[in-house]
Design a protein around this ligand. Sequence first.
Ligand SMILES: NC(=O)c1ccc[n+]([C@@H]2O[C@H](COP(=O)([O-])OP(=O)(O)OC[C@H]3O[C@@H](n4cnc5c(N)ncnc54)[C@H](O)[C@@H]3O)[C@@H](O)[C@H]2O)c1
Length: 423
Amino acid sequence: MVKPAIEYDVKDLKLAEEGVKRIEWAAREMPVIRLIRERFGREKPLKGLRLAACLHVTTETANLVLALKAGGAEVALCASNPLSTQDDVAAALVAVHDIPVFCIRGEDDPTYYKHIHAVLDQKPQITLDDGADLVATLHKDRRELLPGVIGGTEETTTGVVRLKAMAKAGALVYPIIAVNEADTKHQFDNRYGTGQSTVDGIIRATNILWAGKNVVVAGYGWCGKGFAMRAKGLGAKVIVTEVQPLRALEAAMDGHQVMPMAEAAPLGDIFCTLTGDINVLDRHHFETMKDGAILANSGHFNVEINIKGLGEMSESKRRVRENVEEYRLMDGRRIFLLGEGRLINLAAAEGHPASVMDMSFANQALCVEYLASRDVPLPVDVHVVPPEIDEEVARLKLASMGTTIDELTEEQRKYLSSWEEGT
Ligand SMILES: NC(=O)c1ccc[n+]([C@@H]2O[C@H](COP(=O)([O-])OP(=O)(O)OC[C@H]3O[C@@H](n4cnc5c(N)ncnc54)[C@H](O)[C@@H]3O)[C@@H](O)[C@H]2O)c1
C-alpha cells in the first residue's frame, strides 16, 4: 500500500479494506446523511473550511466526515474516548479518503491528548466535539488558535454540561451549538440508540440472560429511559435510582421500582449507570452487592463507578473474558466490571445503530453549515440547534422511511393561532 501523503496515527492501514465495507454497511441506514452529502457535493457550502472533529471514530462518524468533506471542508479527526475507536474505520478514512485521523483503540491518556493536539495543529475554524475534551484543551493549552475559531458543535449531554459551566464562568471564547439539545438528537439517539446499544454491549461482554434478572438503572434521563425500556422488554425486573423527583416519578409511572442506590445495591444482578455524574456506584454500594454482581457504565466518562475504590476493596483482580474484569473482594464476593467502566455500548459493542446516528449527525452537518454561512458570528454562548434544522432533519428522516403525515388545513391553522373561539 502506498503511504498516504497526509499526517495520521492509526493502528494499521491494512485494516482499511474491512473498514470500507463496514462504512458502506452503515451508510445503508443513513439516508439523511446521504442526502446532505449529495447536496454538499453540489453546493460546496464548506469550501476550504478547516474542521477539527473529536468524535467516537465509528462507521457512522466516517459517514459524517465524508459528508463534510464532500461539502469542501478539510476535516481532521481524533477520538472522543480511548476505547471507542474502530481501528478499521480509522484506517479506511486515512488510506482511502485521505482524512488525517489520529486515534488507536485502547490508547493511553497521554496518547489520547497527543492526538487531540494533532487535530488542533490543523488550526481549525470550526470544532466538532463529543464530551468537550477538544474544546477544553483548546481553551486551556492552545489559546493561540482561539482567534481563528468561528464556532463549534457539541454532541453529548456531558459536553453540554461542561460547556455551560465554561460559559457561566466566562471562560468560553467562541459560540457552540449544542447538537444534543435538538429533539431529533436526544429523543432518538440517547433513548433508542443508547438504550439498545447499551443492552447490546452488556450482552456481548457477558452473554448473560436478562429474563428474571434485577437490572438497576442509575439515572432516568433520555439514555436511562431507553435502557430501562429495552431491559424490561427482555424480561428483566427494572429498578431505577434517581436524584430528580420528576424523573423518579416518571420511572415509577412507567412501571419500574424506584429506590435509593443503597437499597438497590443488595438486590441488583446487573447495574448500569447513565447519569453523567461521579461515583454513582461507590464503596458503600459494593459492600452490600451480591456475589457475581455485574457493573457497567454508559454515561460519557468512566467516573460513574468508583473503580479506584473497588480496586482498593479487592484482594485480587483478573480479566475473565474480553471486557470483563473480576474483582474479588476481601470477603470472597466477586464483582464483575465491564469495559473498564467506559461507555459499554462503545467498549463492548459498536455504539449506536447507524439509523439514529443518521439524525444526530445530520444535525451536526447542518449546524456546521449554519455556522459557516453566517455573515455575523453567533454571540459567544452555548446555543440550541435552530428549530428549522431540527424540523428539517425530522422531515428528511420521515421521507426516507416512506412515512407521510397530515398537514394543517387553513381552518386548523387559524384555529390554533386564535384565542376567540371556546366552547
Ligand atoms: N453511551 C452513549 O453512547 C451515550 C449517548 C448519549 C449520551 N451519553 C451520556 O450518558 C449520560 C446521560 O445522558 P442523558 O442524555 O440521559 O442525560 P440526562 O441529563 O437526560 O439524564 C441524566 C439523569 O441522571 C440523573 N442523575 C444524576 N446524578 C444521579 C445520581 N447520583 N443518581 C441517580 N441519578 C442521577 C439526573 O437526575 C438525570 O435525570 C451523559 O453522560 C451523556 O453524555 C452516552
